[in-house]
Ligand binder design. Structure first.
Ligand SMILES: C[S@@+](CC[C@H](N)C(=O)[O-])C[C@H]1O[C@@H](n2cnc3c(N)ncnc32)[C@H](O)[C@@H]1O
Length: 263
């Protein structure tokens, strides 16, 4: 896989959980799988989305796969109470399941880390039965705007975008979800943008999203950004402080669904 820009530190585990917790309704409110459906969750990480999926579709069966042994261990711990979840370690680009082994596929915040996302989707799609759904959720850092605005904050965000690009990924992939679903060969591909809007009347979102999710992610690339000479330390810190001071923050996630064509 491409180098994973966010790393696997405990702080990142906590960030993925804060992100999942804060965004549950926004991202998953319309995701439910029927009784008996077999769902492949590709790139489950520490299981932050898995728990929500399992809770919302208790009669569906989830196979959640990640390449990281540490993440798999954590995901197993978190989903231990859910008998409808099986967590496995593996490379989602080389899974050894028979074609059409699953009814549906769910991929969240993973394509942004892959060098060839359409190819990855095409490979994964073969594991889904004809007519089965493929759900993809991605963010897009180009969609971040805020008040008060700050050029230092935008420069700090660009560090994350650039590091992810150098690692073979694309943190502005959200806007590409619909064309990617089409390029992968899926039918009836549609995308709904999900705007996270934070202002002072929503202190829970300011804490859960602006501070603990978005700013924490940017803070997490401080060392690699400095090591790569992308920014001066004072400027980076100024950017992070500006993000923490924002009172209004907007960010868009893109949720796409497509269907494997009938054989
Ligand atoms: C940002 S995390 C998202 C995790 C989870 N889907 C979530 O939304 O919380 C991306 C995950 O993709 C996994 N990943 C990246 N490339 C992979 C591959 N080729 N096979 C399996 N997992 C992969 C990483 O190990 C990481 O856990």
């Amino acid at each position: 896989m491409s180098a994973y820009v966010h790393g696997y530190e405990p702080r990142e585990t906590e960030r993925l959980s804060d992100q999942a917790g804060t965004l549950v309704e926004l991202l998953h409110g319309d995701t439910a799988y029927p009784t008996g459906a077999r769902v492949l969750e590709a790139g489950c990480g520490v299981g932050a989305q898995t728990v929500t999926l399992a809770q919302r579709s208790p009669q569906a069966r989830f196979t959640s796969v990640d390449i990281s042994a540490e993440s798999v261990e954590e995901a197993r711990r978190r989903t231990a109470a859910y008998p409808n979840v099986e967590v496995r370690q593996g490379d989602i680009l080389a899974l050894e399941y028979e074609p059409a082994s699953f009814d549906h596929l769910f991929v969240c915040f993973v394509l942004e880390h892959l060098a060839r996302p359409a190819e990855a989707l095409r490979t994964l799609m073969r594991l889904v039965k004809p007519g089965g759904s493929v759900t993809v959720i991605e963010g897009d850092h180009g969609s971040a705007y805020f008040h008060p605005d700050s050029s230092a904050a935008h420069e700090a965000i660009r560090c994350q975008v650039e590091l992810q690009r150098r690692a073979g990924g694309d943190s502005e992939i959200g806007r590409q979800v619909q064309p990617l679903l089409v390029a992968a060969g899926l039918e009836r591909a549609s995308v709904s943008p999900r705007l996270v809007y934070v202002d002072p009347s929503r202190p829970d979102l300011a804490d859960g999203f602006t501070r603990r999710t978005f700013t924490a992610m940017i803070e997490g690339v401080r060392e690699p950004a400095l090591a790569a000479g992308l920014i001066a330390p004072e400027r980076f810190d100024e950017g992070v402080e500006a993000l923490l001071r924002t009172t209004v923050f907007c960010y868009t996630f893109f949720k796409g669904v497509g269907y494997r064509p009938a054989a």
